[in-house]
Design a protein around this ligand. Sequence first.
Ligand code: FES
Length: 101
Amino acid sequence: MSKITYIEHNGKTHTGLTVMEGAVQNDIPGIDADCGGSMACATCHVYVKEEWFNKLPKKEDGEEDMLDMAFEPKKNSRLSCQLIVSDQLDGLVVNLPEKQV
Ligand code: FES
């Protein structure tokens, strides 16, 4: 079973089973997922640790557009609702933006 680590802006860590859904199911503060994963809100924005970024599935056009509206997007930004967890992502670590608490 894959495990994801979420690090709040203040450094507090949490773990879950999937990226966005795991966060919601585990009440991770900072991932509200208001649109339920339909790429329409950016409230699931995460920063992916450098070593993991190139292992992720490529962004769809809509994801890039939505990230443009997220708080302080960076080159390692992703919408966690678009990251389907697999064994390849076991151990993934993501940081949450400061404004998402
Ligand atoms: S949950 Fe809304 S964009 Fe990911």
